[in-house]
Design a protein around this ligand. Structure first.
Ligand code: NAD
Length: 406
């Protein structure tokens, strides 16, 4: 289900020429790679366990976390792509002979499981996050957690940042005693956070100006895509830098798109998330209407899923309990994609639209709805809670503890 979103519709879009051209390259490349046999591990169960565990729902043993046994006796967990890289028993060229050292800054809902997937694929990953909860969760994913930033990035070949906003990304990278002050010259910095386009472009200039390499590489696919390693990556920067990062990105991604030059990844991400916010508002209204008209939510879901009302939001976030297992409504809208983050993305999309001379009334309405949720104390809840604005179940402002707001 999660796979349904990942870029497949983008293939059919009418985007800029370079983007379409790249889609063809991606399709060709995928077509040439023979399918890799799946291991006999119940992948979906493993995925749900990882997500539930990340959300603090389950406490799992190390054996469960390992996700399965390598058929040739290696210690790492196998997913589809890591199995493809698993060397034969007598292969002495295993990555361990030339390990790529990775630093991961920001181990939250997305960064934690993403860093964990790199560990599971055999990479050495040292993470940094000031939040003790994020540190604990990342450690459970096998990430070595550093107590200070400098320790995490020392000697790293590649640094990923997965942070809430552009101001933080700039400060973590560029400030005195920040990432660049401790990183070996020439190292590659990949920012997978969703940030504004102007900051992404400034970072390309500032980071390369100090002798490092940079990509803006935001992602789509949510926490389930992060845990499953099926995210869509939309990358801005040089093709050369993308190729350098590709072995790592492919562990994390279902699809990888080179959107264009500096900032193009963020441009694609903001347009995408603006559509997601509008779709989620439409889903909230459609699902509530179907409910009030007396339809069984599970039956209506099945109808809409294969009809013209379908969307990624519908397939992953259907807002009636028990219909879609990935939906945050099943756990009181905790975890997932926070209202505050979606508000940030729609705000950035509207800013970008204003800069391009565009009036975007549906996005403006979605922004106002997200603000209403925030005023009601729901900024840390999942974006699918937009349904509460329609079905009348949003508690009065002040009556909800917003413990998870960032
Ligand atoms: N959650 C989603 O579904 C989703 C999907 C796609 C993209 N994104 C984007 O990914 C980014 C991260 O989202 P998330 O949901 O993981 O957010 P999150 O709030 O769960 O994680 C962010 C983490 O950054 C950490 N952090 C804050 N300041 C830091 C610093 N100075 N150094 C190191 N770590 C620091 C926080 O402690 C937190 O653990 C955001 O830009 C978001 O827009 C999120």
């Amino acid at each position: 289900m999660v796979d349904a979103e990942h870029g497949r519709r983008a293939d059919e879009g009418s985007g800029p020429g370079h983007l379409q051209q790249h889609h063809q390259v991606v399709r060709t490349r995928h077509a040439l790679v023979p399918p890799v046999p799946r291991v006999a591990v119940p992948r979906r169960r493993g995925l749900l366990c990882r997500i539930a565990q990340h959300l603090g729902v389950l406490a799992r043993s190390g054996r469960e976390r390992s996700g399965g046994t390598c058929p040739v006796g290696h210690a790492h967990r196998h997913r589809r792509r890591s199995l493809a890289r698993c060397p034969a028993p007598n292969d002495t060229t295993e990555r361990r002979s030339a390990p790529m050292k990775v630093a991961w800054i920001g181990l939250g809902n997305m960064g934690g499981p993403m860093a964990g997937n790199l560990v599971a694929a055999g990479y050495t990953v040292t993470g940094y996050d000031p939040s003790e909860q994020a540190q604990r969760s990342a450690a459970e994913h096998g990430v070595s957690v550093a107590t200070v930033l400098a320790e995490a990035v020392a000697g790293a070949d590649v640094v990923f940042t997965m942070l809430p906003n552009g101001r933080l990304v700039s400060s973590v990278l560029l400030d005195a005693d920040g990432v660049l002050d401790h990183l070996p010259a020439g190292a590659l910095v990949v920012d997978s956070s969703t940030i504004d386009i102007a900051t992404a472009r400034e970072l390309h200039e500032a980071v390369t100006g100090r002798g490092f390499r940079f990509l803006d590489a935001p992602v789509s696919g949510g926490v389930f895509g992060a845990a499953a390693g099926t995210l869509t990556f939309m990358v801005g920067g040089t093709g050369e830098n993308l190729e350098a990062a590709r072995p790592l990105i492919e562990v994390l991604a279902g699809r990888v798109f080179h959107a264009g030059g500096p900032g193009a990844g963020q441009s694609a991400k903001l347009a995408n998330n603006m559509m997601l916010a509008i779709n989620t508002a439409g889903l909230a209204e459609g699902a509530t209407l179907a409910d009030r008209l007396g339809l069984d939510p599970a039956v209506f879901y099945q109808i809409a899923e294969v009809s013209s009302g379908s969307s990624w939001a519908l397939k992953n976030w259907y807002p009636s309990p028990g219909v879609v297992e990935t939906a945050a409504v099943n756990h009181d809208f905790n975890g997932g994609f926070a209202v505050s983050l979606m508000r940030k993305d729609v705000g950035l999309a509207l800013e970008a639209g204003a800069g391009a001379g565009l009036d975007l009334p549906y996005a403006s309405r979605a922004l106002a709805d997200l603000d209403r949720l925030i005023e009601a104390g729901w900024s840390g809840k999942d974006t699918a809670s937009m349904v509460k604005l329609v079905d009348g179940t949003l508690p009065d402002p002040g009556s909800t503890a917003d413990a998870t707001a960032d």
